[in-house]
Design a protein around this ligand. Structure first.
Ligand SMILES: Cc1cc2nc3c(=O)[nH]c(=O)nc-3n(C[C@H](O)[C@H](O)[C@H](O)COP(=O)(O)O)c2cc1C
Length: 376
């Protein structure tokens, strides 16, 4: 009989919030928000179905400005009018005692939905990107300061809406990631150039968010998500060593957790090291913050094993497939955790039809290594 108690043990985060177990629902932008970014019944039903999937639930990326939207159906936390819907979302997420966190972001050069409206997008530097039909415009110093303030305002709204925390989205090639990457950041002012200067924007956003959190709610959870390394064919991007340097600085900012964004499995390691990302980051961060690991955790056994790689194990696609992941472990029913979508389970998942089709078509497999299986 496997003892799953380590997964079910509560965790007190850096600033005092207690999460009821070691499982998190990874941020996943799955259901459509309204065209103005307001919360819809689809967003609520998606979380209604998943209020027991994990002890910490992270709602997928919400934009901090109308000019930062990657997808048309993206949630927004950019204006006060969004608070009413976000309050319903937070209540739904918390209804069974889990903590509710909102991921906040700006898509930078990837803000294709904003491009369709405003005819331009902004980024650290003007340069062409493979797969983008337009070139972004370089941000001015004043605009950079405005976006930093917008992350703070988004945090204020998340607090007013009743969220327990925010996750700063510094991953997946969006604006904060773009500032840290030597590929997308070609600036020579205080926001780019050396490794230290490429850290300036991520750090400024963290400081602004923390300033609001500390003032408004002392145990408000602040997490930071990043991709451990960006390997670009031309040798730019950023290395895992550079990430570790950023993480070291971030871990001194009283953050509650550092979340590694990985697609290739929770045991993944850097191209030039056999040490798994999660273990290397935990060794560096120590007790300064919790480390959250993710990817290809499909069973209770894998979730338990995940605790060797981080303090909290996040579920991405598994949270879509099995809405009762944590609840089943708690009830001693870990053997009955669903690992695929079936005709029987599909109607209870509150997932959009096209996503169910994608998951059941064989095009997506949780067990394939690498990134190529994510056909979103
Ligand atoms: C449909 C879909 C939507 C996603 N949306 C987001 C998002 O809004 N923010 C984010 O940081 N990651 C997003 N991700 C990435 C997941 O959080 C997670 O890192 C990834 O799916 C790997 O974990 P898994 O192997 O458990 O699925 C998304 C993934 C999927 C499949």
């Amino acid at each position: 009989m496997i003892n799953y108690q380590p997964l079910l043990t509560p965790l007190t985060l850096t600033n005092g919030a207690v999460i009821p177990n070691r499982l998190a629902m990874a941020p996943t932008s799955v259901t459509d928000a309204a065209p103005d970014g307001s919360i819809t019944s689809a967003n609520l039903l998606f979380f209604e179905a998943r209020s027991q999937v994990a002890g910490l639930l992270i709602a997928g990326a919400a934009t901090v400005t109308e000019r930062g939207k990657a997808f048309e159906s993206q949630m927004s936390v950019a204006q006060d009018q969004h608070i009413v819907g976000l309050r319903q979302l937070a209540e739904t997420m918390k209804q069974d005692g889990s903590k509710a966190v909102l991921q906040i972001y700006h898509a930078g050069c990837q803000a294709a939905a904003s491009h369709a409206i405003y005819g331009e997008v902004v980024a650290p530097s003007q340069r062409s990107f493979q797969g983008l039909r337009y070139e972004p415009r370089e941000l001015s110093d004043e605009e950079i300061l405005t976006i930093i303030r917008q992350f703070g305002e988004a945090t204020e709204r998340a607090i007013e809406a009743g969220f327990d925390g925010v996750e700063i989205h510094g991953a997946n090639n969006f604006l904060i990631h773009q500032f840290f990457s030597a590929y997308s950041n070609l600036r020579e002012d205080k926001w780019g150039g050396s490794l230290e200067k490429r850290m300036a924007f991520p750090l400024a956003v963290v400081k602004e968010v923390k300033k609001v959190a500390v003032k408004e709610k002392s145990d408000f959870i602040v997490g930071y998500r990043l991709v451990p390394e960006e390997i670009i064919v031309d040798g730019t991007g950023y290395s895992f060593e550079e990430s570790l340097a950023l993480i070291d600085v971030l871990a001194n900012q009283q953050l509650d957790y550092i979340h590694l964004s990985i697609f290739s499995g929770y045991k993944s390691h850097a191209a030039n090291s056999p040490v798994p990302y999660g273990q290397a980051v935990k060794a560096l961060v120590g007790e300064r913050a919790a480390v959250m690991i993710v990817s290809q955790v499909t069973t209770a056994e894998e979730a338990l094993d995940g605790l060797k790689f981080g303090d909290i194990v996040a579920l991405g696609r598994s949270s879509m497939i099995e809405p009762a992941f944590a609840a089943k472990i708690e009830k001693g029913q870990s053997e009955s955790i669903w690992t695929e979508i079936t005709a029987e389970s599909a109607p209870n998942l509150a997932l959009p039809h096209d996503l169910v089709e994608l998951f059941t078509s064989g095009a997506v497999s949780l067990r394939l290594p690498g990134q190529e299986y994510l056909q979103k």
